[in-house]
Design a protein around this ligand. Structure first.
Ligand SMILES: [Zn+2]
Ligand SMILES: [Zn+2]
Length: 168
């Protein structure tokens, strides 16, 4: 069939059509967290962390549950019922958690809006690798309120009340 585009151009068009990955990597979802949601094994704790955040944004509660250690995970129903609008992820630091490790720590800040209020979850998470798959275990976390006049965590340069709070 006649086509205006070469295969390479078609691939680029498809990539452009894909949404930007919610984990804020700057890549499209297909190039970033999407393949892990579809069963690819995350090579590092940080990549698993990013893909779990993206799954929270996209409402993929089963993926969040599957990548949560069986000893610490909540019921799948509880995860599915969370009504949080996630607006930003920032990875602050990672320790170990690389391909040859079996334990890792990821320090991140994730912001969300719930009941018209903004919160930032600052968490030091522990991850373990079992049977070649990274799993989230648990974390030490602090929840910080976002004030309406704070600059928005999403880095738009706007005040929170004029940005993600308004759009939530
Ligand atoms: Zn991603
Ligand atoms: Zn914003």
């Amino acid at each position: 069939m006649f086509s205006l585009f070469s295969n390479k151009e078609k691939r680029n068009l498809n990539a452009e059509k894909s949404i930007l990955c919610p984990c804020k990597s700057g890549e499209t979802l297909n190039q970033c967290c999407g393949p892990y949601h579809e069963g690819k094994t995350a090579p590092t704790a940080e990549i698993l962390m990013r893909s779990r955040y993206s799954a929270f944004v996209l409402g993929l509660s089963e993926y969040i549950w599957q990548t949560w250690h069986p000893d610490t995970r909540p019921d799948l129903d509880i995860l599915g019922g969370l009504n949080l609008k996630w607006i930003n992820l920032e990875i602050i630091n990672t320790e170990t958690g690389l391909e040859n490790d079996d334990q890792g720590k990821v320090h991140f800040a994730a912001s969300y809006v719930t009941s018209n209020k903004g919160k930032t979850l600052d968490e030091n998470s522990d991850f373990v690798k079992e049977d070649d798959a990274w799993l989230y275990v648990d974390g030490d976390c602090t929840v910080i309120d976002i004030s309406r006049n704070d600059s928005c965590p999403c880095d738009s340069g706007l005040k929170f009340k004029r940005c993600c709070l308004k759009n939530s």
